[in-house]
Design a protein around this ligand. Sequence first.
Ligand code: ADP
Length: 514
Amino acid sequence: MKITTRIISGYGLLIAVLAGLVVYQVYTIDRMQETNRTLSQINFQNAIGWLETLRDCEWVAEYTKKSFATADPDYLNKLDLYRSEFEESLKQLNRNASSDEEKTEIRRLLQQWDAFTVDLELLLKRLPRGGLAATPPVLLEHLEQLTLQTGSVYQTTIQSMRSKVDNSRRTGETAVMVLGIVTLVALAISILVSLLIVRSISKPLANLTEGTRAIAEGKFFYRLDTSRNDEFAQLARDFNTMTSRLNELDEMKKDFVSHVSHELKAPLASMRETIQIMLEEIPGPLTDKQKRLLELNLQSGIRLTAMIGNLLDLSKTEAGVMEYEMKNQQLVPLVRNAIAELEVQAHERQVKLQAAFPKEPLYVECDSDRIVQVIINIVGNAVKFSPRHSAVGIQVARIEEIPHGMPASWRRLIEPGKEDYFGLVVVSDSGPGIPDTDKERIFEKFQQVKQGKKIAGQGVGLGLAICRTIVQAHRGAIWVEDNPGGGSRFMLLLRRGEFEKEPAYPVTEALPSE
Ligand code: ADP
């Protein structure tokens, strides 16, 4: 189902429940109002009606007694008047009666009234002119029963009103209960709907975030799941098309770099060789100026060869075809080899290489050529960026704890506690140093301090990126810190190898280059 359909139907259901609730409430309140209106009207009419009936009943009783005592025509007229009023009131009350009980009681009252009227008429006809000494007992009995029955009808009416009030209260209570239940149901539905919506959005969003991160890390083979049936599936399809296009471009770029680098290698080597032969004056003697120019040419050739070498290495690591021959190696001899390679360069720049090695042999697990390449790169950089007449320190040490300055990104990969020691190479210089913002960045491809501005000694920014890939393959770490005395301090951490009894090289304390 589509996300929008889900949201619309979820919230539509919720709105329908709430609308139903509102309609029910309006209907209930209307019904209660209607009941109350009827009740108050009936109450009022009945109250008046009963007052009149009771009063008329009393009048009828009084004028019956007076009429029989005196046979006075005035009294007899008044009796007629109150009898007809009583009858009228009874009819009115009978019309207003709403419950069956009330109707039964009123009917009984009417019957008693009829019986009373019949006897009254009969006795009135026989009434002597001067009246009677006492009201006939049959009439007194009728009057007593009439009063009692009128009271009884009154009680029944009150009872019926009470039950109506109770009904109204009960309807109110039911409405409140229904309101409570429906509110809870609506709340539960809204929570459920929100959870479903959040779930249906958050999972594909997390996948998309993961995919974007993978692409940012250069993993162009990453693909998103397109099996869903919503807008995210379309997004995932577009994302996959984008990544496959990026992958194609990346492959094209890698092929291009590796082919061009390969093709450049051979002519460059032959050019270097030709210059070398000319410098050795094999074809004929050279003037000092010509020699100097050719030397500069040779230097450029060497730099170009190094750059092409780096580009080839990079395309190999990116293609995942760089091979490592991991062996148990002594670290110090590898550092010595690297230093030996850089002695000429250091001498030319009048930079001193000061090495300090441990007395005990220190074994690490590594591919010796690649680690030498890494050390040459960082020592070479230190030499390049150091001022003339300064010194570059190269220390090798066995350490049991991971140094404090190691960035968190490396620390996560190292799994402390598994190794009992590490081999550490520290290369410190007194060059310009590396600002904190660049300390991690310079290990990425084509990244340099003061990007865009050319600083003496800078190449194209590939050396450290290659170093990082090599060190990652060794499950070691490489990072840079500030040198306490100024400049920078590159750290290379390698995992321990197996200790071998006989050290392959004699170990010395320091190796000055000059
Ligand atoms: P390259 O030296 O060829 O530019 P690298 O990857 O070896 O490439 O170095 C990347 C950048 O890091 C350099 O351009 C430089 O800006 C900076 N850098 C490396 N080593 C040092 C150092 N010892 N002192 C100062 N800056 C350095």
